[in-house]
Design a protein around this ligand. Structure first.
Ligand code: UGA
Length: 435
């Protein structure tokens, strides 16, 4: 198939590269000239494992190209994926302005039958409106169909996820369009759920909100664990063996962040309010998440007897999670700002997100380190803020020689408390039985 992918963020780029690798001809379009310029030179605007090689291979084999001319990309394709951002606006609902602009551009350039597929995370009713906008703005008589196809890949494992999906969700009012788009995924051998627009749209929000609920739930269990001297990791393991529960997304920490969960949970809450329903459970999920970072900071402040001024802390991690350079709504960044506000001096390191962190934190941080050991030099305490594997593999013999204070605040529960204490460090995790 000839595919246009409009929007070259994490999802757009990965979608385009994976379809190209599957043998389709793909044009990725974006109005951001700088981004397209970089992509044309083979430079990825984001860090995502394996993406650079996959893009290079498919550009070289002439199945993948990039353009700023969205109209031409539409004209040259028979399937157009809308994968633009839908950030939160001030009220917490999704800002769909970019989606409307693309819908209008599609209408302006519809030179024959095309299927318009929405991958952007959009609230209930959006695909119907996309259809209406295209209809209202059509210049010629070309026909089209719209299909909702929410995306479930995660940053950091996006390419793996795109090739190893659990299910494909499609929603449309056109049976033939559903079948055509389903054919793009049949090789994955997974359930393909064909539904209506509105159910498909809600599946995406319900899935993200449910995963966020799991995280807030385990973060509440962690509170009890601290008080009851139990270990939240063991509790999660025990729960996770139950096939109805499963272990994933039961890792307690400093709270969920990123460009998806905070915005999507809030947007679903707004959607329910718009339908005159107060989704109380979601309010709780958001509230727990908002408080979680303060719960962590409190442990640090209490250890230093209520005063962080004059203390230097190493903050390991600024990305919102491991294997990404993304700091959007990163709780690690929020924690650093709070610690700074409490008077601590911060030395920071992240394997991929340090440059992005610099732009956000500027002089709030006294030192941007070359590596984790460099960050730790002379500090009064170490804070683990992102669950990078390389942090879990740090050599404590080496650390012992360079730190001033032997205390570890493990905001991601990546260490075993007993092992750390045996190595001569005081350990504070989240829900590991130590208040
Ligand atoms: C999330 C969903 O997992 C994807 O399925 C979805 O496609 C994507 O949003 C999206 O809507 O585009 P992502 O934001 O990339 O993916 O990251 P996750 O791996 O879900 O992590 C989100 C946040 O939750 C991170 O801050 C992470 O550290 C935190 N988290 C995750 C926990 O605190 N505990 C866990 O057990 C799991």
């Amino acid at each position: 198939m000839k595919i246009a992918v409009v929007g070259t963020g994490y999802v757009g780029l990965v979608t385009g590269a994976v379809f190209a690798d599957g043998g389709h001809t793909v044009i990725c379009a974006d109005i951001n000239e700088k981004k397209i310029e970089l992509l044309k030179k083979g430079i990825m605007p984001i860090y995502e494992e394996g993406l650079s090689d996959l893009v290079a291979k498919n550009v070289c084999e002439k199945r993948l190209s990039f353009t700023t001319n969205v109209g031409k990309a539409v004209k040259d394709s028979n399937v157009v994926f809308i994968v633009v951002g839908t950030p939160s606006n001030q009220s917490g609902s999704a800002d769909l302005s970019a989606v409307w602009v693309v819908a209008k551009t599609i209408a302006d350039n519809l030179n024959g039958y095309k299927i318009i597929v929405t991958k952007s995370t959009v609230p209930v009713g959006t695909n119907e409106r996309i259809k209406q906008i295209i209809k209202d703005n059509l210049k010629g008589r070309a026909k089209f169909d719209v299909v909702s196809n929410p995306e479930f890949l995660r940053e950091g494992t996006a390419i793996f996820d795109a090739n190893n999906v659990d299910r494909v969700v499609l929603g449309s009012d056109s049976k033939s369009a559903l079948s055509k788009i389903a054919s793009l995924y049949t090789h994955l051998n997974v359930p393909i759920l064909k539904s209506d627009f509105r159910s498909a749209e809600l599946i995406k929000y319900a899935s993200n909100a449910f995963l966020a609920t799991k995280i807030s739930f385990i973060n509440e269990i962690a509170r009890i664990c601290d008080r009851a001297k139990a270990d939240v990791k063991t509790v999660a393991d025990g729960m996770g063996y139950d096939k109805r529960i499963v272990r994933s997304f039961l890792n307690s920490g400093i709270g969920y962040g990123g460009s998806c969960f905070p915005k999507d949970v809030e947007a679903l809450y707004r959607t329910s309010s718009d339908q005159e329903y107060d989704f109380r459970l979601l309010r709780g999920v958001m509230d727990v998440n908002e408080r979680q970072k303060y719960f962590y900071v409190e442990k640090i402040v209490n250890f230093f007897e209520g005063n962080l001024s004059g203390k230097t802390l190493a903050c390991l991690g600024t990305a919102f999670k491991n294997n990404t350079d993304d700091i959007r709504k990163s709780v690690a960044i929020e924690v650093i700002k709070i610690l700074r506000g409490e008077g601590a001096k911060i030395r920071v390191f992240d394997p991929a997100a340090l440059e992005n962190a610099k732009a956000e934190l500027g002089n709030d941080v006294i030192y941007y380190a070359k590596d984790a050991y460099d960050a730790i030099e002379g500090v009064d305490g170490i804070c683990i803020l992102t669950e990078w594997r390389e942090f879990a593999e740090l050599d404590f013999e080496k650390i012992r020689k360079v730190v001033k204070g032997r205390v570890l605040f493990d905001g991601r529960n990546i260490f075993d408390p007993k092992t750390v204490e045996k190595l001569g460090f005081k350990y504070f995790g989240i829900g590991r039985g130590l208040l």
